[in-house]
Design a protein around this ligand. Structure first.
Ligand code: HEM
Ligand SMILES: *[C@@H]1O[C@H](CO)[C@@H](O)[C@H](O)[C@H]1NC(C)=O
Ligand SMILES: *[C@@H]1O[C@H](CO)[C@@H](O)[C@H](O)[C@H]1NC(C)=O
Ligand SMILES: *[C@@H]1O[C@H](CO)[C@@H](O)[C@H](O)[C@H]1NC(C)=O
Ligand SMILES: *[C@@H]1O[C@H](CO)[C@@H](O)[C@H](O)[C@H]1NC(C)=O
Ligand SMILES: *[C@@H]1O[C@H](CO)[C@@H](O)[C@H](O)[C@H]1NC(C)=O
Ligand SMILES: *[C@@H]1O[C@H](CO)[C@@H](O)[C@H](O)[C@H]1NC(C)=O
Ligand SMILES: *[C@@H]1O[C@H](CO)[C@@H](O)[C@H](O)[C@H]1NC(C)=O
Ligand SMILES: *[C@@H]1O[C@H](CO)[C@@H](O)[C@H](O)[C@H]1NC(C)=O
Ligand SMILES: *[C@@H]1O[C@H](CO)[C@@H](O)[C@H](O)[C@H]1NC(C)=O
Length: 358
């Protein structure tokens, strides 16, 4: 299955050159065979919102031209959305039905506030052009793909047609589904195996850590009270300057070689014992995954291909399609919780009307 057309790539390259010549854009297009779940399609918004992908890409190019760091925030948002209760935009919901929900779980506390705003801004732009037809979960998936691509990574097609969830994810469900950075390879492999990811997928997805930042508290357990012996000594010394105590509020880059470029240097870091988290470094320590790390460090095209395959898989985890879920009018709240939406929906039937087109 061809995942990207030549003309869409030509548009990407030309518009990238015109509008953001300093962004590092690779020419890699991944043409990978990945099964698509029923209800999603490559052409879902072809009639109802043909300019969807251009709107997303052009807006993100303008955001990234002043702050490429936001690409990492958007990529991580998609990962958190999909791993917890499926790619249903539950990660975007404010508050919860009762008690703390997904947003209150420790992993959320370091999601970038700006990433949530960018999704809202994209949603507003899309609604202005196409009406309320595109789900927040599809917007998150497209934003993650363009974040990868506009940072220098592979371009891959995103099957669309996700619907936004009606249920909050509980704190426990969130914690059970997002592995902690202290986990070893064995734990990461078995947690991700429950979602049908094989070791190649796991190593490839972890390559998302080729861009972005971490807070000290996510890794100072490897520095204090005793230093993790698998960590390179110079790297450890530098981290101790950045994070003088276990609870330091500082941040540092995930990939010291090329922190803002989506490339295969993360795997080179691991081979040099400069992985930031145990969950990263143990992929090289453990013999089950070590060879995969090495192969990605030696061959960036291979990494890009496997990453794209794993992302398309991740983007389809427990998706809602067809008549399930809804198209939210505000990514932070369910339509049922929005009195003005209910009032307008009676008059305009916007969701059903839009859906009858496909
Ligand atoms: C395999 C298990 C994973 C673990 C244990 C993990 C853990 C973490 C942690 C602890 C942080 C730093 C949070 C902070 O302290 O601010 C982080 C950041 C990040 N993660 Fe992961 N992660 C995993 C998988 C993934 C996947 C699958 C992706 C995407 C494909 C991803 C993309 C990112 C990105 C881009 C950042 C930087 C975010 C930013 O700069 O705002 N991670 N991850
Ligand atoms: C979850 O993270 C987002 C982004 O930082 C933030 O807007 C939201 O308030 C957080 N939720 C809680 C309860 O901290
Ligand atoms: C959540 O998990 C904690 C500890 O793992 C447990 O004590 C608690 O009962 C769980 N709560 C729910 C609602 O499942
Ligand atoms: C990995 O971590 C788990 C949970 O902490 C532990 O039970 C297991 O022994 C560890 N495995 C290895 C090979 O270190
Ligand atoms: C490596 O991971 C495998 C698969 O999860 C596990 O069985 C093994 O114990 C791990 N080996 C080491 C040395 O951690
Ligand atoms: C934060 O890290 C920077 C290096 O990235 C370091 O120069 C600075 O001293 C650190 N700040 C604190 C408060 O530790
Ligand atoms: C941070 O840790 C230091 C010791 O490492 C401790 O003295 C201090 O009270 C801690 N601060 C907070 C806010 O927890
Ligand atoms: C690198 O990986 C690509 C993609 O799988 C493959 O086509 C190519 O032959 C590999 N290159 C080398 C030198 O092994
Ligand atoms: C979306 O919902 C949030 C949370 O209820 C609210 O704060 C925000 O103002 C809403 N946005 C718009 C454009 O109505
Ligand atoms: C409620 O729905 C309307 C559309 O009918 C939307 O413009 C508004 O942002 C929503 N407000 C909240 C708080 O969700």
């Amino acid at each position: 299955m061809a995942i990207a057309t030549k003309s869409s790539i030509a548009f990407l390259l030309i518009s990238s050159l015109l509008l953001a010549p300093y962004l590092s854009v690779s020419e890699a297009t991944v043409d990978a065979p990945v099964p698509i779940v029923s209800g999603l399609s490559w052409t879902f918004y072809q009639n109802s919102c043909p300019t969807l992908e251009f709107i997303v890409r052009n807006y993100l190019m303008s955001v990234f031209s002043t702050d490429i760091g936001q690409a990492a925030g958007l990529l991580r948002l998609h990962f958190h959305d999909c791993f917890v209760q499926g790619c249903d935009a539950s990660v975007l919901l404010d508050g919860s039905a009762s008690g703390p929900g997904e947003q209150q779980a420790p992993p959320n506390l370091s999601l970038r506030a700006r990433a949530f705003e960018i999704i809202d801004e994209l949603r507003n732009r899309i609604e202005n052009t196409c009406g309320r037809v595109v789900s927040c979960s599809d917007i998150v998936a497209l934003a993650a793909r363009d974040s990868v691509y506009l940072s220098g990574g592979p371009y891959y097609g995103v099957p669309l047609g996700r619907r936004d969830g009606l249920t909050f994810a509980t704190l426990n469900v969130t914690l059970q589904n997002l592995p902690p950075p202290t986990a070893n390879a064995s734990t990461i492999l078995s947690m991700l195996a429950t979602k049908n990811f094989d070791p190649t997928d796991v190593v490839a997805l972890s390559g998302g850590h080729t861009i972005g930042l971490s807070h000290c508290t996510s890794f100072t357990g490897r520095l204090y009270p005793t230093q993790d012996p698998t960590m390179d000594q110079t790297f450890a010394n530098n981290l101790k300057v950045i994070c003088p105590t276990t609870n330091s509020t500082n941040t540092t880059v995930l990939d010291i070689r090329s922190p803002n470029i989506f490339d295969n240097k993360y795997y080179v870091d691991l081979m040099n014992r400069q992985g930031l988290f145990t969950s990263d470094q143990d992929l090289y320590t453990n013999s089950t995954t070590r060879g995969i790390v090495t192969s990605f460090a030696l061959n960036q095209s291979l990494f890009f291909e496997k990453f794209a395959v794993a992302m398309i898989k991740m983007g389809q985890l427990s998706v809602l399609t067809g008549n399930n879920g809804e198209i939210r009018a505000n990514c932070s709240v369910r339509n049922a919780g929005n009195k003005s939406y209910l009032a307008s929906a009676v008059e305009e039937l916007p969701v059903e009307e839009a859906r009858s087109e496909f």
